[in-house]
Design a protein around this ligand. Structure first.
Ligand SMILES: C[S@@+](CC[C@H](N)C(=O)[O-])C[C@H]1O[C@@H](n2cnc3c(N)ncnc32)[C@H](O)[C@@H]1O
Length: 280
C-alpha cells in the first residue's frame, strides 16, 4: 500500500536496493551456502538446470561448471546487471510465480534463498511444472533464527527512529515487512515442507532443518553483511550520525563477546535443505 507521501515497498525493490553491493557485502556469507547447495544437487554434464532467484548468479555459475546448460532467473534487473558471464550460463529476467519456460524443460531446479519472498503455492507449483519427469528440485531456505542474528536485531532496535520521526519511505518499508511474510507463514517446520511438496505432486521428498556450515567471519565483516540489507540501510540512514556511531559501537562491542581471541565469529545458522522429485 502506498503511504500518504506516495511511497510503497515491494519485494523487488528490497532486492534492487541491495544489488549494487551484493557481491561485495552479501556473498561472503551467501557464497559458501550456494556452493554447498550446488554440491548437494550434483549437476551432471548432460543436465539442464534453472536457478530461481539467482541474484548475482552465484549458484548458477557454480552449477554451470558441471551442467550442459544453466539459466539463472531473477525479477530484479539490478541483480542481473551484477552477474558475470560464464560458459553454459544464461540469465533471464522473470518472476518465480510465472516462469517464462515451457513445461518439462529442466532436469533440475535450484534455489538458494530464492523462494522466501515468493508465495509458495505459486512458485513451487511453477517449479514442478518446468521440471522434466524424474527431475529434481533442490533448494535451501532459512530456518530458526541464529543467536547472532537475534543479537543484531535487539541491539539496533532501540536506536531506530520512532515512526513519527521516520521518513515516509522507511514507514512504508516497516509496514511492508510487518505485513508480508508469506513464505515463512506456510513453511515453518520440516513436516510443512513435506506436506506442501507432496500436495503439489513431488515424490521422494527430503526436507531437513539443520546447520550445514560453520562460517568464520570477522566481527567487522559480519556487521558489514548484516547491515547491507535494505531494512538496515534504511534504518541506519534515518539515524543521526551520532546515533549511528553509537549503535555500531554497541554492536561491535556485543559481538566481540561472542568472538574468539582473533575477533572471529562462528556463524552457523539453521536452514531447511530440500530435495524433491517430479514423478517420472
Ligand atoms: C536472498 S537473494 C539470493 C540470491 C542468490 N540465490 C544467492 O544465493 O546469493 C534472493 C533473490 O531472489 C530474487 N527473487 C525474490 N523473489 C523473486 C521472484 N518472485 N521472482 C524472481 N526472483 C525473485 C531476488 O531478487 C534476489 O535476487
Amino acid at each position: 500500500m502506498p503511504t500518504s507521501a506516495g511511497h510503497s515497498f515491494s519485494y523487488r525493490k528490497l532486492f534492487d536496493v541491495v544489488a549494487p553491493h551484493y557481491e561485495a557485502r552479501i556473498i561472503r556469507a551467501f557464497g559458501p551456502y550456494a556452493a554447498s547447495l550446488v554440491e548437494w544437487a550434483a549437476p551432471q554434464p548432460h543436465e539442464t538446470f534453472l536457478d530461481i532467484g539467482t541474484g548475482t548468479g552465484i549458484a548458477a555459475r557454480l552449477a554451470a561448471a558441471h551442467a550442459r546448460q544453466v539459466i539463472g532467473l531473477d525479477f530484479s534487473a539490478p541483480m542481473l546487471q551484477a552477474t558475470q558471464p560464464a560458459p553454459h550460463l544464461a540469465f533471464v529476467q522473470g518472476d518465480a510465480h510465472r516462469l517464462p519456460f515451457a513445461a518439462n524443460s529442466f532436469d533440475g531446479v535450484l534455489a538458494s534463498f530464492g523462494f522466501n519472498a515468493t508465495r509458495p503455492q505459486k512458485s513451487l507449483k511453477e517449479c514442478y511444472r518446468v521440471l522434466k519427469p524424474g527431475g529434481r528440485s533442490v533448494f535451501q531456505e532459512w530456518g530458526g533464527l541464529h543467536p547472532l542474528d537475534q543479537l543484531v536485531g535487539e541491539v539496533v532496535a532501540p536506536y531506530t527512529v520512532e515512526d513519527d520521526e521516520a521518513p515516509s519511505e522507511l514507514i512504508a518499508l516497516r509496514d511492508f515487512l510487518d505485513d508480508d511474510r508469506v513464505w515463512h507463514e506456510d513453511l515453518q517446520v520440516e513436516e510443512d515442507y513435506q506436506e506442501f511438496l507432496a500436495e503439489l505432486g513431488f515424490i521422494n521428498i527430503s526436507a531437513r532443518e539443520f546447520a550445514p556450515l560453520k562460517l568464520r567471519l570477522s566481527v567487522e565483516d559480519f556487521i558489514d553483511y548484516k547491515t547491507a540489507w535494505t531494512s538496515q540501510l534504511y534504518e541506519f540512514a534515518a539515524m543521526s550520525p551520532t546515533v549511528q556511531r553509537a549503535c555500531l559501537a554497541e554492536l561491535e562491542n556485543r559481538l566481540y563477546r561472542h568472538a574468539d581471541e582473533d575477533g572471529i565469529l562462528t556463524y552457523d545458522p539453521l536452514m531447511f535443505r530440500v530435495m524433491a522429485y517430479r514423478a517420472g
